[in-house]
Design a protein around this ligand. Structure first.
Ligand code: GDP
Ligand code: MN
Length: 349
């Protein structure tokens, strides 16, 4: 039966019945989206995709974060689209601004140089605050304290296939910590000293690296250099406790003090990925090859036609990026000795 449900803000909504949800075994999980008010309509498409393909069966909550106050319209529209409870959080200025130890003139000079070199977002201040926030703070926001698991969603993404199982339970029950859909090398110009800064940290803290970590995914010369492979962080399904661990918090602090979020343009994707590859046993990282995902300009379309048919995928496998030469997913399968899905050979370039 359809249930009328009143959310904490007093909005009433009618929800489809949840699928096989055992309320006694409810996972503490939420979607999380960092967004501006101007992102509303491109975000609405993402929410609609996630709800239609997954969350209308599970009704997980959705946390929205912003460095500005959300507009009434933003809250009304997103609340109407989400089947779970929606929460709206403000980001304090100390987490979205230049830290005291940053030389803002030096940072301004770098932005000018990056602009001349036409490096993407190279001249942007807000993009740097965004990357630093996603690297070091989203999992510590007050509203996130209620949760142990998250799925990050960005504006204008697509989910191509039905997801007929509880992704969060899957993560928990299979001892996974971090899940991704797309992986590729980072632009080296944005992270010239990220690896040496990381190496300073790991030399000081070898105790944080489990023996069976995934160094061989991010380095082709046993840690001498970083090959740039990273999990694209516009999609992430993961455990919040990993980001809240001593290893990660200390790592982030070390990076933050080094200043590369502002003196270079370190992205949250390589930061998260390097941490996951170094501080986790390799089997805790999961590639979601069955969801179908798009964030401009890359598609993940399941290679196996049975999966595409069973899950009513709305993507052309010819567009898939996963098995192309520039993707790092092939390396992920090789270093972990995983069996590639049937049909992958047809999708190479
Ligand atoms: P790209 O995917 O790297 O091109 O970057 P996006 O423009 O998609 O930004 C990444 C995420 O951060 C998206 O969820 C954006 O909505 C969000 N975002 C980017 N800049 C800002 C900002 O200045 N303020 C807020 N509140 N969110 C931002
Ligand atoms: Mn984006």
């Amino acid at each position: 039966p359809q249930k009328i449900f009143t959310d904490p803000d007093g909005y009433q909504k009618i929800k489809a019945p949840a699928l096989n949800v055992d309320e006694g075994d409810r996972i503490k999980a939420t979607f999380v989206t960092l967004a501006r008010n101007s992102d509303l309509w491109s975000l609405a498409e993402s929410i609609r995709a996630v709800e239609d393909r997954f969350n209308n069966k599970f009704h997980y909550d959705w946390v929205f974060l912003n460095d500005d106050e959300f507009s009434e319209e933003f809250k009304r529209v997103t609340t109407s689209l989400c089947s779970g409870t929606t929460k709206y959080g403000f980001i304090e200025k100390d987490q979205w601004g230049f830290p005291s130890w940053i030389d803002t003139e030096k940072a301004a000079k770098v932005r000018q140089e990056m602009k001349e070199k036409k490096i993407i977002y190279g001249d942007s201040i807000s993009y740097r605050h965004m990357c630093r926030y996603e690297s070091g703070f989203f999992f510590r926001h007050k509203l996130m304290e209620d949760y142990e698991w998250y799925w990050r969603v960005e504006p204008s993404i697509k989910i191509y296939c039905d997801i007929n199982y509880d992704i969060f339970k899957f993560m928990r029950d299979n001892n996974k910590v971090y899940g991704f859909t797309i992986s590729l090398p980072e632009y080296k110009e944005t992270i010239p000293t990220l690896w040496e800064t990381t190496r300073e940290f790991t030399k000081e803290h070898p105790e944080y690296l489990p023996e069976n970590n995934m160094l061989d995914f991010i380095s082709d010369d046993n840690g001498n250099t970083y090959n740039g492979c990273h999990f694209w962080s516009n999609f992430e399904v993961g455990s919040l406790s990993f980001w809240r661990s001593d290893a990660y918090l200390k790592y982030f602090e070390h990076l933050d003090k080094a200043g590369g979020f502002f003196y270079e343009r370190w992205g949250d994707a390589p930061v998260h990925s390097i941490a996951a590859a170094l501080f986790l046993p390799r089997d805790k990282i999961h590639f979601f090859g069955d969801l179908g995902y798009y964030h401009v300009p890359f598609h993940n379309c399941p290679a196996d036609k049975d999966i595409r048919d069973q899950n009513r995928c709305l993507c052309n496998p010819k567009d898939d990026f996963t098995w192309k030469g520039y993707s790092c997913v092939g390396k992920y399968f090789s270093v972990n000795k995983l069996k590639r899905p049937s049909g992958w050979e047809d999708l190479t370039d």
